[in-house]
Write a protein that binds this ligand. Sequence first.
Ligand code: AMP
Length: 181
Amino acid sequence: MEARKHSALKDSIRSIPDYPKPGIIFRDITTLLSDPRSFRRAVDSLVHPYAGGQVDQVAGIEARGFILGGAVAHQLSSGFVPIRKKGKLPHKTVSLEYSLEYGTDHIEIHVDAIKKGDRVLLVDDLIATGGTATAAVNLLRQLGAEVVAACFVIDLPEIGGAQKLRDLGVQVRTLVEFEGH
Ligand code: AMP
C-alpha cells in the first residue's frame, strides 16, 4: 500500500549505475527535488506522522538531509540542526567516526545544538548500511536528545541499515525502497 502510494515518488528518483564506484547504483534525488509535486509529496509524507506532535529540532545529515530536513523543520515549526562532515562547523563540536557504503568518515554536531531532553527528528535522503544514521543517533543521544524517529525518502532494505537502527530502539520511517545496493 505504502509502496504503491509512493510509486510516483519512486519514479522521480534517478538511478545512476556505477557511481561513485563500480557496483553502486546511486539514487539521485535531485530529480525528485526539481519536480514540484514530488518534492512536496516527499516532505509532506515525512512530516505527516509528526504534525501536531512535539518535535523541538529536526537534525539533517549533510548534504541532502539539509534540503529535506529544512523543509520538514519549517512544516513542523521546529528548529533545524545540521550534522556535518568533519571540519565544516565553526563552533565547538562533538564528533564520531563511522563507516559508510564507500569508505569511512567523521560526522560532527555543534556541542550546544541540542538541549538535554529535546525531541529530535533525524532526516536524510537515503539509508544504506545505516552507518551514517547510527553515528548521528549516537551523537544526538550523547547530547541528551530524545530521538523521536529517523526518516528517509529511500531505503535499501537488502543492506539492512534500517533494521540496524530499529535494533537501537529508533523508530524508522522510509517512503520508497530500491532493491540491491
Ligand atoms: P549509509 O551510512 O551506508 O546508510 O549511507 C547513507 C549515506 O550515504 C546517505 O547520506 C546517502 O546520501 C549516501 N548514500 C549511500 N548509498 C547511496 C546510494 N546508493 N545512492 C545515493 N546515496 C547514497
